[in-house]
Design a binder for this molecule. Sequence first.
Ligand code: NDP
Ligand code: DXP
Ligand code: MN
Length: 377
Amino acid sequence: MKKVGVVGATGSIGTQAIDVIKKNKDKFEVVFISAHSSKDKLLNFKEDIDAKYAILTGVDSSDNGDVLFGLDELLNIIKNEEIDIILSAAVGFSGLLPTYHALQRGIDIALANKESMVTAGSILNNISKRNGAKIIPVDSEHSAIFQSILGHKKEFLEKIILTASGGPFRRRPIDSLEFVEIDEALKHPNWKMGKKITVDSATMMNKGLELIEAKFLFDVSTDKLDVIIHPESIIHSMVSFCDGSYIAQLGFPDMRVPIAYALSYPERLTLDTKRLSFYELEKLTFLKPDFKRYPCLKLAFEVLNNDKAVYYIALNAANEVAVEGFLKKEIKFIDIPSVIESVLEKIEQVDVKSINDIIEVDKTARMYALDFIKKRF
Ligand SMILES: NC(=O)C1=CN([C@@H]2O[C@H](COP(=O)(O)OP(=O)(O)OC[C@H]3O[C@@H](n4cnc5c(N)ncnc54)[C@H](OP(=O)(O)O)[C@@H]3O)[C@@H](O)[C@H]2O)C=CC1
Ligand SMILES: CC(=O)[C@@H](O)[C@H](O)COP(=O)(O)O
Ligand SMILES: [Mn+2]
């Protein structure tokens, strides 16, 4: 039995993870599940999978004895309980501290929270190496890459090619993006996900964050990273080698596959997911991303080329604030890249050596983003 913890259990990834765990009760013992404030859903899960602890990190206290409250309680459990693997699936920068403390303790991470790797990739890699704790990707593209490079020497790797759906606005006239409504941005063509990542897919900042995530997860230079639009989301990503060979991982889009793979690695679980019917697949298409349509992807490439921790953190923080601003109707969809650009221009170059440095840069970048929104819109 693997002893697991799930951070962000009530979200899109968390809920699918609970489903996988529930159907494989003989393989997993659940030490804890956590969420921000969805108490009823968390309590139902606690009962369903017989979790030892349930923690709400965004609520101070209550008289309900079945739930623990506050981030400190979650971190205490991570620091003290016997746990083999933690699924890190909270949204945004809030996922960093649980990921960081788990790795510090030598606990393996099944990583959905890409923002952890974007903001702290280098520090997390160092801790993982030092403590022998594995970081196993859950993000569909990175799981595909992880599976495709398995058993191959890194020196032979030529390119990592991340596939992107292109989001809901791939074919919409660029001059009409100004009028994008919230519900239009939340209609992903292939995946049902949380709001933040769905808006990121529409701007293609999701792919920008994933490029940075890939750089740190697979320890490759930026010139080895490519993005290609593949609207069907059947090929989840691919790699090429020095002899012209390509290896890809394919499947019907269903996040239970990479979640189960990461939780059971190096084994595999049997899943009742939809199988591909190759004769029914009409065709697989591939397109080049256009930076005019997706300025956020351009910004992410610029930050990658600059390769400084402070810009990775600022890009992520500014994007989180901008997406929230869009979802609150404070800014338009097309204003998201302007907010990020303004923060990247303003943020001071500082050395980032510790988790506290990261938290400080994140705080400053958020302040600049909020200030920009307040003054400009
Ligand atoms: N959904 C997907 O298919 C994919 C997601 N990912 C990544 O996985 C992560 C989770 O995404 P997704 O499941 O879609 O997100 P959701 O918005 O669906 O779920 C977010 C989870 O995080 C919790 N949460 C919300 N705010 C906070 C906070 N301030 N502090 C701590 N926890 C919080 C929520 O709890 P509560 O319910 O109480 O609010 C919920 O459990 C993201 O990093 C995303 O990029 C990566 C690949 C695919
Ligand atoms: C399922 C998953 O991993 C998401 O990150 C997905 O890739 C988003 O789709 P886009 O390719 O549109 O960003
Ligand atoms: Mn992804």
